[in-house]
Design a protein around this ligand. Structure first.
Ligand SMILES: C[S@@+](CC[C@H](N)C(=O)[O-])C[C@H]1O[C@@H](n2cnc3c(N)ncnc32)[C@H](O)[C@@H]1O
Length: 351
């Protein structure tokens, strides 16, 4: 199966080959190899002792957000398997074989990693963020379920990473301090009607919503439609965070409102976080705003349903300045103008 919208930031109809070119010029033996079933460690026999498989999350991009456990695994693996640009984040060393593939072949990549581990290799499958959040971990289990029963004997572990929503939340303050959910806007592996259904229910239920895979060249209209739908349910004043390339050199975080949110403010490296009627803003020293979700919810249920949300986004005692003025650009300047500065539309998001 190809074209997944999970580990890749976006999906398009599969055409690319798995295997492909090693991102750093080391051995690339083709992750779609045809070795399953070929002797020891193949489809028929038990795994060769000493092999293992670790599915690791590399975090959102910054080196400081790679966990020590993941770093240690990458130090001891014989093989690293993943999307090329993510493999490029794996520290190079002699003896480590890298197997790069494109962003549309997650199941093939997973099967190839299982084959390698069954052959006795120590294999790290890499994902961005956390491998279990729209990442390679689910693809790995899908491949395992469909593959030879002997694969289930492989020494396997999934190691957590820092998912984009947690890095974004930390930059913004504490917008996930109360109940929240994550929804991928990619409709490559699910019908768009289901995305709309879930968005509407999440908004009605009063969840803060983290929107992954918000936009790409292949999916240019979905984010705009999502905002339209959310505006039908939620008040226009609720805070919306556009966080792009968090923890990387070109990180950009913009806080605006649902009423002023524009699809052009996102690209494929953006996580969009939509608050609730309870979400609060507090001024920060740099002129921007902290965003946080109070720990308690009103007895009456979501304020969005009670119709009293118009004043709720601003902390008591604060002026209700236009949200477009509340712009935070960590590591850079702050100012109202950046709230509406369009971000470049990206290529399709990668695994
Ligand atoms: C295929 S998903 C992978 C998610 C990843 N497994 C995780 O846990 O963060 C790709 C999406 O994650 C989000 N994302 C990944 N890295 C990000 C970053 N550094 N800053 C903001 N959003 C990011 C974007 O929404 C992007 O379109």
């Amino acid at each position: 199966m190809t074209g997944n919208g999970t580990d890749g930031a976006d999906t398009v109809p599969a055409q690319g080959k798995a295997g492909g070119v090693d991102a750093r010029g080391s051995a690339a033996d083709g992750v779609t190899g045809t070795r399953a079933g070929a002797g020891a460690g193949g489809a028929d026999g038990p795994p060769v002792p000493g092999g293992w498989l670790r599915v690791v999350g590399l975090g959102p991009g910054g080196a400081g957000l790679v966990t020590p456990e993941v770093s240690e695994t990458l130090r001891t693996a014989t093989d690293a398997v993943g999307y090329g640009p993510y493999l490029a984040r794996v520290p190079a060393r002699s003896g480590l074989r890298c197997h790069a593939s494109d962003n549309r072949v997650e199941l093939e990549r997973a099967a190839a990693a299982l084959r390698l581990a069954a052959e006795g290799r120590r294999v790290a499958v890499v994902s961005a963020g956390d491998a279990g959040v729209f990442g390679m971990a689910a693809a790995l289990f899908e491949a395992m379920e469909r593959g030879p029963v002997s694969w289930r004997e492989i020494d396997l572990a999934v190691l957590p990473g820092v998912s984009a929503m947690f890095a974004v939340a930390a930059r913004a303050g504490a917008p996930l301090g109360h109940d929240f959910c994550a929804i991928s806007l990619s409709d490559n592996l699910k019908p768009w009607a289901l995305v709309e259904h879930r968005l509407r229910l999440a908004a009605e239920a009063g969840f803060t919503v983290a929107l992954y895979n918000p936009i790409s060249r292949a999916r240019p209209w979905q984010l705009g439609r999502a905002f339209e739908l959310l505006r039908e349910v939620l008040p226009a004043v609720i805070p919306v965070i556009f966080a792009t390339a968090v923890s990387r050199a070109d990180e950009r975080v913009v806080v605006t409102t649902l009423g002023e949110a524009l699809p052009a403010m996102a690209d494929m490296r953006t996580l969009v976080m939509v608050g609730t009627a309870e979400t609060r803003l507090l001024p920060r020293a740099d002129g921007g705003s902290w965003v946080y979700a109070p720990r308690s919810a009103p007895d009456s249920g979501p304020a969005s349903l009670a119709g009293d949300a118009a004043q709720s986004a601003v902390a008591p005692g604060e002026d209700a300045a236009p949200a477009s003025a509340r712009v935070t650009v960590p590591g850079g300047s702050t100012g109202a103008g950046q709230a509406t500065e369009p971000a470049a539309a990206g290529e399709d998001a990668a695994p």
